[in-house]
Write a protein that binds this ligand. Structure first.
Ligand SMILES: NCCCC[C@H](NC(=O)[C@@H](N)CCCCN)C(=O)O
Length: 448
């Protein structure tokens, strides 16, 4: 997941370079960036969950890592010199001319990569739930997310430097570097499949037989998940919360530039500490959750902190232009981005039956991906609508867009409160620690 998250953002700091090198306009760059989620939104993620529950973590993880490598290589080819002047490029250049041929092929590669990346996300979650059931599951998931966030910080730091390491500067170097890392990731996962097979053997014949007889996944389970009220509450909380985080990340640097009147680099230098803060805290909160519980309360607190931060960016930062307040809001947002992921993902195995855990994760990801695909477009339109006549990208007023992000947080908070109330009534164990001697299993079996 570290290498996957690095690949996702490898081009993010290189927007102006790819514009100079390959003629991608900001719009073309936006379409390329959105391509990551397209196939997932149009149903691939649902299929991925079914494959995961039918075929298991070893097959699905290897498939997802292979998809990421294939997508990465297509993207690498698209931006390389090799692709320039080919018949395919000429043909791709001949229609929808706003989007250069290299951007179209890179978007296709990114789409395939995106399928592999999200499929890997649900596979890793299911694998961790299997390996750490009744143990330090939240800590394990927290560490996995922390490593991925460090990858984001790392790639924002090294990507421009790798591009500048050749003359003239080239986007090919960082993309080739990350593609090589993905190949290493695929090999690492293949090694894991042997370890996982060994775990199955160690778990003993009895447990495997039990798993085979009682826990066979049925296609109708997908329908059962969709009918579950609890599933929809978690999925809505997830999409609303994450839609106010990942799409915000795309606009954050520009928002800081406009509010503080600083350069792109200064803004990035401030904002890049956000994933680092989240990386530092998520495992600690996972450790706490494993031992003390309070998962539902953490979700509520995380949503409240996010609302406070987005409102600070909307009203306080532009009025005071204070760097101290800005840094404080970034740190508090990092705490929020630790609380919610640390509590959300380990909660799913508590309330969903093991046999369709992969599908449950995939359907939550699917709803989330719809938000991640469309909220950035919506925010772009709000920026344009609330800044009539503004052409200088340093002069945007971000009050309304930030209020939109805060509103998503308010809705997420409402779903968090409903979830906690339901947990109090039905005792799903969302406030309980993961590590328990006698774990009372109250997971719903498709019906809630
Ligand atoms: N084992 C993974 C748990 C989910 C972590 C979560 N990621 C997502 O929700 C992804 N579906 C979306 C990632 C988008 C990145 N461009 C997270 O908190 O990162």
């Amino acid at each position: 997941m570290l290498f996957a998250y690095m690949f996702v953002d490898v081009m993010s700091p290189l927007q102006s370079l790819i514009q100079k090198q390959r003629g991608w306009s900001p719009d073309a760059f936006g379409y390329y960036a959105g391509a990551e989620y397209i196939l997932n939104v149009f149903g691939f993620l649902i299929l991925a969950g079914i494959i995961l529950d039918k075929m298991g973590v070893r097959f699905t993880g290897t498939l997802s890592a292979s998809l990421m490598v294939a997508g990465a290589l297509i993207k690498l080819y698209a931006i390389s010199e090799l692709f320039q002047g080919t018949a395919l490029e000429l043909w791709l250049n001949s229609w929808w001319t706003e989007m250069p041929g290299s951007a179209k092929l890179a978007a296709l590669g990114f789409m395939i990569f995106g399928c592999g990346c999200e499929m890997a996300g649900i596979t890793v979650s299911k694998a961790l739930a299997k390996w750490f059931e009744g143990k330090e599951m939240a800590l394990a998931m927290g560490l996995e997310m922390a490593i991925a966030r460090i990858g984001v910080f790392f790639i924002f730091t090294i990507s421009p430097r790798l591009a500048d390491s050749v003359v003239p500067a080239s986007v090919v170097v960082p993309v080739a570097f990350c593609s090589a890392l993905l190949c290493i990731g695929l090999l690492a996962y293949i090694v894991f499949t042997f370890m996982d097979a060994k775990l199955d053997r160690e778990m003993g014949a009895n447990k495997v037989a039990e798993a085979e007889s009682d826990e066979e996944f049925k296609l109708s389970d997908v329908g059962s998940i969709f009918k579950s009220k609890l599933f929809w509450i978690i999925a809505m909380l997830c999409v609303l919360y994450y839609s106010a985080i990942f799409p915000f990340q795309r606009y954050a640097a520009n928002m800081l530039q406009c509010n503080l009147g600083i350069s792109e680099t200064q803004a990035s230098d401030i904002f890049r500490w956000f994933p680092v803060g989240a990386a530092a805290l998520t495992p600690l909160l996972g450790y706490y959750l494993d031992r003390k519980g309070k998962g539902a309360s953490m979700l509520i607190l995380g949503a409240i902190l996010m609302i406070v931060c987005h409102l600070t960016f909307a009203f306080v930062v532009p009025a005071t232009k204070s760097e101290l307040i800005t840094y404080s809001a970034i740190v508090v947002l990092g705490i929020s981005f630790s609380l919610v992921p640390a509590a959300l993902w380990p909660s799913v195995p508590k309330i969903m039956d093991k046999r369709f855990l992969g599908s449950a994760y995939s359907l939550i990801f699917w709803v989330q991906n719809i938000g991640l695909a469309f909220v950035p477009i919506l925010i772009g339109k709000v920026i344009t609508w609330s800044n009539p006549g503004v052409t200088d990208p340093m002069q945007y007023d971000y009050t309304l867009p930030m209020c939109c992000f805060a509103s998503l947080g308010v809705l997420a908070l409402i779903f968090g409160i409903i979830l906690k109330a339901m947990n109090t009534v039905h005792h799903y164990g969302l406030e309980d620690p993961n590590i328990k001697e006698d774990f009372e299993d109250v997971r719903i079996d498709g019906e809630a």
